[in-house]
Design a protein around this ligand. Structure first.
Ligand code: THU
Length: 145
């Protein structure tokens, strides 16, 4: 399996699965892992981190994006999200918008279960006609990378 920048999707899946295995989700018991490649081909991963004050919890995608930003990455080339259970763990609405900030309409979003990738979407398919940096006359932060 290879993604659009020729990197190994298996590595992305393994990183997301490893992050999921370390998730802090004692309230929902629904661990989620996310892994992405930045514009330099580097891999960043994260998991959901819940909180006793429920709304303060964060999603796996947000954690992976934070890791990318803290490492100097500015664009998402590919992202993979994995969760358990029979239903596809597609990103929540807020996370679609979080991804939008750093991705292009054609950026692949792969959804995996414990056994591997189940379906692949583009950002545009999950968040059509979206509002983003370009609305504020700002290019995708990774566009010049
Ligand atoms: N969750 C994510 O981490 N990403 C998503 O896109 C969907 C939901 C987490 C949030 C919460 O910790 C748990 O899954 C149940 O909603």
């Amino acid at each position: 399996m290879t993604d659009t920048i020729g990197a190994n999707l298996a590595a992305l899946f393994q990183a997301a699965a490893a992050a999921k295995s370390l998730a802090y989700a004692p309230y929902s018991n629904f661990p989620v892992g996310a892994a992405l490649r930045d514009e330099h081909g580097r891999l960043h991963a994260g998991c959901n981190v819940e909180n006793a004050a429920y709304p303060v919890g964060t999603c796996a995608e947000a954690s992976a994006i934070s890791a990318m930003i803290a490492a100097g990455g500015r664009a998402i080339a590919t992202i993979l999200i994995t969760g358990d259970g029979p239903i596809l763990v597609t990103p929540c609405g807020a996370c679609r918008q979080r991804i939008r900030e750093f991705a292009d309409p054609g950026t692949p979003i792969h959804i995996a279960g414990p056994e591997g990738i189940r379906r692949s979407f583009t950002l545009e398919a999950l968040l059509p006609d979206s509002f983003g940096p370009d609305n504020l006359r700002r290019k995708n932060p990774g566009a010049d990378a």
